[in-house]
Design a protein around this ligand. Structure first.
Ligand SMILES: C[S@@+](CC[C@H](N)C(=O)[O-])C[C@H]1O[C@@H](n2cnc3c(N)ncnc32)[C@H](O)[C@@H]1O
Length: 337
């Protein structure tokens, strides 16, 4: 049984399923767990997988191609995985960094991921590979649901995220101003964004200042705008200008040009879109926009379609994703062409 294990967020699982159904209406879907479903591709697995990578659905965080089979107990589960892995490793270049990512749903079996990791790591070391947890080049993915096991071995970038289920975690540093910073960090990693060191950024809805802090740390000058206050630790940071005002009253001179506009405002998504559209003349050609679109309890897909359809024509959509650190919102990455 061939297919793809697809992970979304629990809240938006049905939206992710709907998005995938729009692209592959003929493929059956089965829910495996609160945020995971199985897309039955049969022999068409490679083509479907490639298409999901080329245009990732907004609410899909992680995928792994898999073969599925049934097992009757934990011993059989472990043994059957090792048996498959023995053969599949022939495809992996020697010395590669390989991680095992395992999850179980709807099961009473007591096996632990670290036990399976120990078994697989022994085999990996014997065969000349480097078992790792972070930044793998290849990933052994195992998903178990009831008595079914879904197993795959693939290059990490083919899973959309090299973290289990796309659940990327960052270490919180003492000096961090807000957890909102993680949304920006995740967007930078997930979308492969290169920020222009020494460039100018306009950060809308900046307070308390997590994004502003990160942009300054990456060598950008920042004009931060918010009705609220920035964290006092940011005040006086070289390269920072703070405008404490409602964005509705923001008046920029035509000469005030930016390389990057970021916008993480808790605001109506269409107002936010209009605001960004109104600032395109202050964005350099080749400049980028990173913005969150708040869904505010509305129907996600129609809301996003309206937002994307209302964007200024000079703004090209590069990425749209419901990231692990997004709650009731998605993140857009745009480029002015
Ligand atoms: C999610 S917080 C931003 C968090 C920020 N990105 C960070 O990293 O700390 C949203 C911010 O939008 C601001 N905001 C909402 N409406 C605004 C408006 N009309 N004008 C200016 N700021 C606004 C709020 O005051 C709030 O600080």
């Amino acid at each position: 049984m061939q297919g793809i294990v697809v992970t979304a967020s629990e809240e938006f699982l049905s939206t992710a399923m709907e998005e995938v159904r729009r692209v592959f209406p003929h493929l059956r879907q089965e829910v495996l767990g609160p945020a995971v479903f199985w897309l039955l591709t049969g022999a068409d697995q490679e083509r479907v997988h490639n298409q999901l990578i080329a245009t990732p659905p907004i609410f899909v965080r992680h995928i792994h191609g898999a073969s599925g089979w049934s097992v009757s107990n934990e011993q059989e589960l472990f043994a059957s995985i090792v048996e498959r892995l023995e053969v599949d490793l022939d495809r992996v270049p020697k010395g590669a960094k390989v991680a095992i990512q395992a999850r179980a749903f709807s099961t009473e079996w007591q096996w632990q991921g670290k036990e399976l990791k120990a078994v697989c790591d022994r085999l990996l070391s014997q065969r000349g590979y480097e078992p790792v947890i972070k930044a793998p080049q290849w990933v052994i993915s195992v998903t178990q649901a009831k008595r079914q096991v879904y197993y795959g071995l693939d290059r990490a970038q083919r899973n959309l995220s090299d973290w289990t289920g796309g659940m990327i975690h960052f270490r919180k540093d003492e000096g961090d101003i807000s957890r909102a910073k993680f949304k920006l960090l995740e967007a930078i990693i997930r979308f492969g964004i290169i920020l222009p060191r020494g460039g100018r950024a306009l950060d809308l809805g900046a307070a308390p200042g997590g994004w502003t802090q990160e942009l300054l740390a990456r060598g950008l000058e920042v004009v931060a705008v918010d009705t609220g206050r920035l964290d006092s630790r940011l005040i006086g940071t070289p390269g920072l200008k703070f405008l404490q005002t409602n964005v509705k009253h923001l008046r920029l001179s035509p000469k005030d040009m930016f390389d990057l506009i970021t916008c993480d405002m808790s605001w109506d998504p269409l107002f936010t879109t209009r605001l960004v559209n109104g600032l395109v003349d202050n964005l350099k050609v080749g400049g980028q926009v990173i913005m969150t679109v708040k869904l505010m309890g509305r129907k996600p897909l129609p809301t996003i379609e309206r937002v994307l359809g209302s964007l200024d024509k000079s703004l090209q959509l590069r990425h749209a994703q419901h990231l692990w650190h997004n709650r009731q919102e998605i993140t857009l990455h745009l480029c002015k062409c």
